[in-house]
Design a protein around this ligand. Structure first.
Ligand code: HSE
Length: 325
């Protein structure tokens, strides 16, 4: 029986719990029986006998869970095999970083959707996981449902990845592609992106390229480039006007916020992209192009945000922990 503890019970944590329940039978067939043994949000928790449905209902109706026990104590006191860490991103790692460290030190696997801890201490966390002989999985931190991390680690395992270029922020891509098509100014479209529920709680993180830079740091470290957030050359999309698209289009280009890592480059900035190029993707989609020595160019695209999409990436991590060895 796989025992799962969930810390962070907002959209992502609840989405993951719901998907576990919905896919219970498939998970049982492919991995085995599981039980969610504890859930904590920022101020309350539940452990012992409870069902996922019951916890979700409680959280939605009462805004909290049954007990006062905090996430920290829960991690210390409850026995579990996997910690699912889905708290909000803070670039200094925030409490998510200490939850992950605690769980790894205890010898449990971790699946996280939280960029902050990996941006703050990628090397430290990976070393700790290795020392304890457990896995730290983070597919959901970059590009939501778009497979990037396990693609690098498994399918491109023996490739030299010469560069990665990607659209890693759905909010910016949505704003830029609406600007391109409708000539609307960015402030107006940002409101609509917020209504779609994909923008960060503080949308400055999106439009200034902070979210994309955080994801780029995770990709960079995954391909073996030892980089820190401060190393990213970063320009956001605030200064892009609808007129800029007209000029670009006359020459056969559009404008996209591109995150790029190679030996020489670590940058997030608006770039001209040929209209026919796969990275000229539209709407909230994310896309990534890998340039490799032996596999040529690989292109992937997918939904970079959303409750179910993020949960699907976390579920793929669960599969990886138990099956893909
Ligand atoms: N705000 C992010 C985006 C959500 O727009 O892509 C996923 O990290």
């Amino acid at each position: 029986m796989i025992r799962i503890a969930i810390v962070g019970f907002g959209t992502v944590g609840q989405g993951f719990a719901e998907l576990l329940e919905r896919k219970r039978e498939e998970i049982r067939k492919k991995i085995g029986e599981f039980k969610v043994v504890a859930i904590a949000d920022s101020k309350s928790s539940i452990s012992g006998e409870f069902s996922i449905d019951e916890a979700i209902k409680m959280k939605r109706e009462e805004g909290r869970l049954r007990d006062d026990r905090k996430a920290d104590e829960l991690i210390d006191e409850v026995d579990f095999d996997i910690l699912v860490e889905a708290t909000h991103t803070k670039l200094d790692g925030g409490s998510g970083l200490s939850y992950i460290k605690k769980a790894l030190k205890k010898g449990s696997h971790v699946i996280t959707s939280n960029k902050g801890p990996l941006v703050a201490d990628f090397e430290g966390l990976m070393t700790l996981a290795e020392k304890k002989g457990v896995k730290l999985m983070y597919e959901a931190t970059v590009g939501g449902a778009m497979p990037v991390i396990k693609l690098i680690k498994r399918y491109l395992a023996f490739c030299e990845i010469e560069s990665v270029r990607g659209i890693l922020n759905g909010t910016c891509n949505y704003i830029l592609s609406r600007m391109e098509e409708e000539g609307l100014p960015y402030e107006q479209i940002l409101n609509e992106a917020q209504e779609l529920g994909i923008a960060e709680a503080d949308p400055t993180y999106d439009v200034e390229g902070i979210d994309a830079a955080a994801k780029l740091i995770i990709i960079a470290n995954t391909i073996g480039v030892d980089a820190k957030f401060e190393d990213v050359e970063r320009v956001g999309i605030r200064k892009i006007t609808p007129e800029a698209f007209n000029v670009a289009e006359e020459k056969g280009y559009t404008i996209r916020l591109i995150a790029e890592v190679s030996k020489e480059t670590l940058r997030v900035s608006p770039r001209l992209v040929p209209l026919s190029h796969p990275l000229a993707i539209k709407g909230t989609m994310n896309a990534t192009m890998f340039k490799t020595d032996t596999a040529g160019n690989i292109f992937v695209a997918g939904r970079g945000a959303g409750k179910e999409e993020t949960a699907s990436a976390m579920l793929s991590d669960l599969y990886d922990i138990y099956v893909s060895n």
